[in-house]
Design a protein around this ligand. Structure first.
Ligand SMILES: Nc1nc2c(ncn2[C@@H]2O[C@H](COP(=O)(O)OP(=O)(O)OP(=O)(O)O)[C@@H](O)[C@H]2O)c(=O)[nH]1
Ligand SMILES: [Mg+2]
Length: 446
């Protein structure tokens, strides 16, 4: 995500870090590099110059606090200003009412329906009772689309196939909504912000009385997001913005910064097509990640989510006792994967984001996990529960049955043995060893 902007900013920082001391040349070069990186991500020229002017002024006028090197101070100033640039404080949704209605609005194809599913999953995993309602009567497949997504998110779905009156659909389920903490309402899009669209949004708003009206914007419109955000803000009184498709455009920087100045705050970002590709937007963590400083908060949030499901907790207990088998190992791997593709997970870990691990290596790990599923499917229950009995003739049968190589099956068994060994060592409770092992436990799932 935002690879180009991120590497541009990191390069600018690296130059500062590698310089012997901070002088005017270094500062001017940093400013120039920052400008270049931001402009190439479609950030508005005026905004870029304002930002770099602020940075320069602070560098010139502020005394470096004692205990901080001049370089660190420089990094801190740039970090602070970028955070301010992106909206400064994180805004979380207002969900005090029961139910809290969240209404999604926006232009055609901006990602509303997908985001409705993502939000449902996001809050469901955090323990809320969630339902979705489809009021889009324009897009023919809208009903099925949100129904499927809601099934994936494991939340209830309401809609009336073929009904042409959005209000009627919403009203039909009035007696149901009280059963939920959060009801997410998807609405129809239009080509442009027309009076027709505004009227429909207003009408629905009146009936729904939503706690949040969120504008869904596609990141690939770059800095013109400002106009869209402003117009929606004024005409429909939106309470926040969700920027989607941040994964697929070089203009993401433009969209993000444009929204930050529109008067409405970005609350979530969509970073992929999958239902779990939604992140709450926190300017601090986001800038930290852009600059390669790591975003521990974001990581912890994801880890927590992945491990929330109770069965996984049970497996972890089993793991720690050492009496796990191949099925448990596989479940554990799946849980790790819920955090997202490996590359994204690593991006969140301080240090790792700087490693620039080759994409191919990460992809082949992902593929391994897919393969392992086939291998496990080809094993008998006995083999799964007691992998020690798997002889070479059994390996041959399993590899044939799963359409994999002999060596693939062996590799899986080796991983299993190593994990067992690791847990045994863990139980030896040598704290130093334990620490080293914890790193490996993380690797084991990936
Ligand atoms: N890569 C990527 N694709 C996304 C993201 N969010 C949505 N999409 C894709 O964008 C396309 C349009 O998404 P929808 O959710 O149908 O958009 P919509 O706003 O509901 O569209 P209408 O109902 O026609 O107005 C779909 O193909 C989605 O898979 C994202 O964050 N990243
Ligand atoms: Mg839709």
């Amino acid at each position: 995500m935002l690879d180009k902007l991120s590497s541009g900013l990191k390069n600018a920082f690296d130059k500062v870090k590698n310089s012997l001391f901070v002088d005017d040349t270094v500062i001017n070069e940093l400013i120039k590099d920052l400008q270049k990186a931001l402009l190439s991500s479609d950030v508005n020229v005026k905004l870029v110059f304002e930002l770099t002017k602020n940075i320069k002024n602070r560098i010139k006028n502020e005394k470096t606090p004692s205990g901080l090197s001049k370089k660190d101070h420089l990094v801190k100033i740039v970090y602070d200003e970028l955070v301010k640039f992106l909206g400064e404080e994180q805004r979380t949704l207002n969900l005090d009412k029961k139910p809290s209605f969240i209404m999604l609005v926006g232009l055609f194809g901006s990602g509303k329906t997908t985001t409705a599913g993502k939000l449902a999953k996001y809050y469901k995993t955090r323990g809320y009772k969630v339902a979705t309602v489809q009021t889009d009567t324009w897009r023919p497949a809208a009903y099925e689309q949100l129904k499927t997504l809601s099934e994936q998110a494991n939340v209830d779905f309401y809609g009336i196939k073929g009904e042409k009156d959005a209000l009627k659909i919403f009203e039909s389920f009035k007696d149901k909504y009280d059963n939920y903490d959060i009801v997410i309402v998807d609405t129809a899009g239009r080509d442009a912000l027309s009076t027709e669209l505004i009227d429909e949004i207003k009408l629905l708003k009146e009936k729904i009385n939503p706690s949040e009206v969120l504008l869904v914007i596609n990141a690939d419109i770059g800095q013109s997001a400002e106009k869209q955000a402003k117009t929606f803000h004024e005409a429909a009184n939106i309470t926040g913005i969700i920027i989607t498709k941040l994964d697929g455009t070089a203009k993401a920087g433009g969209a993000l910064t444009a929204c930050a100045v529109s008067g409405a705050k970005v609350v979530f970002i969509g970073t992929g097509e999958k239902i779990s590709d939604l992140e709450s937007f926190d300017p601090e963590g986001f800038v930290g990640r852009l600059l390669g400083l790591g975003d521990l908060k974001g990581l912890l949030e994801k880890v927590e989510e992945a491990f929330k499901e109770e069965d996984v907790v049970d497996i972890q207990k089993k793991f720690m006792k050492g009496d796990f088998n191949l099925i448990d190992l596989y479940e554990q791997m799946k849980a790790m994967r819920k955090m997202g593709p490996l590359s994204k997970v690593l991006e969140l870990i301080p240090g790792f984001s700087k490693l620039n691990l080759p994409k191919e290596a990460l992809q082949s790990q992902e593929k391994n996990i897919e393969k392992w599923k086939y291998i496990l499917d080809s094993m008998t229950k006995k083999e799964l529960e007691n992998p020690e009995i798997i002889s070479s003739s059994r390996i041959e049968r399993i590899s044939k049955g799963s359409g994999t190589e002999y060596s693939d099956v062996k590799a899986l068994l080796k991983q299993y043995k190593q994990s067992k060994k690791m847990v045994k060592m863990l139980k030896g409770q040598n704290p130093k060893k334990l620490q080293r092992m914890m790193g490996n436990i993380g690797n084991l799932g990936m």
